[in-house]
Structure formats: C-alpha cells, structure tokens
Write a protein that binds this ligand. Sequence first.
Ligand code: FES
Length: 171
Amino acid sequence: MDVLANSRVMDMAIDIKGDYNDSMDIIERYPREKRYTLAILQDIQRKYDFIPREVMVLMSDYLGMPISDIYSMATFYKALSLKPKGKYIIKLCNGTACHIRGSESIREELETILNISPGETTEDGLFSIEVVNCIGACALAPVMLINEKYYGGLTEEKVKAIIDGIKEGHR
Ligand code: FES
C-alpha cells in the first residue's frame, strides 16, 4: 500500500462520525473470520451504495484484521466504491449501437457539463457518471439511464437540457 493510502487508513482509525450503527447487523451475520471480508463488503455496498470508512473501522475491529487489508480489498474490486454515489446516477450506454451513434461525444459533453469523469461524483453530491454496456434500449441509441428513467436519441444539446432540468429542480 502506498504512503497516501496508508495515511488515509490512519485517518479512518480516528474519524468515526457517520451513523452506521445498523451496519453491525450486517457484519455480525458473519462469523469473525477474515474469509468473509468480501461478502461483508458486498453487503455493505448494497446497503449504502458505497463502503463508508467508518464501517471499515467496525469491520476491522470485528474481524480482528488491519484496516489496511480491508481498504485494499475495497479498492481492488470494481463493484465496491469508497465514495458515495450521486443522488442521480447517470448510466451512459457505450454498447455497440450507442457507440456507433455517438455515445463518445455524449460522454464528453457530460464530462464537460458536470466536470467529472466516469466513476466520479459531483462535489454537490448530485450526479455520478457510469459508462455501461448495452442497457437493452438500442432502438433509442444513444441512450442513458438516470436512476430508473431512460433518455434516448441523445444529442449534446439534449444532454445539457436534461442535466439543466434536473439541476433546476434542486434550486
Ligand atoms: S447498445 Fe446502448 S442500449 Fe443497447
């Protein structure tokens, strides 16, 4: 583990402030054995949509293993995230049909408007971008899914209007 990651882990040990008490219900479903670390992390990810560092501290204590080991596992697996996702999770399709119809320029537009890259969340916690494979709406290509809603036939202008509309609803 590099020095930066190590110092983040040190921070975790002294900074338990979130309300994650109910995470113990998940953790305690498993025996106190290291081999259950990933299974617990997956359950935690499902519950909170990310892995709060406070929960890693609790896991470390319960499993009797260094936080650095839990941190390493949480950063290794792509399905696990150390950061909370946005209120609006934008899943931009980059499957074949969408790619052919310009999903790359839609991605660039999203990145420009929101000032984040795929896998990141805006500072206000409103948006996250994920690039995904076919989401089964090829006839609408290029298409994105924001939470449960499909937006198809995207153009750069349309994307901007959609994002502006959502932002407007939060003023
Ligand atoms: S390729 Fe994008 S929805 Fe199928």
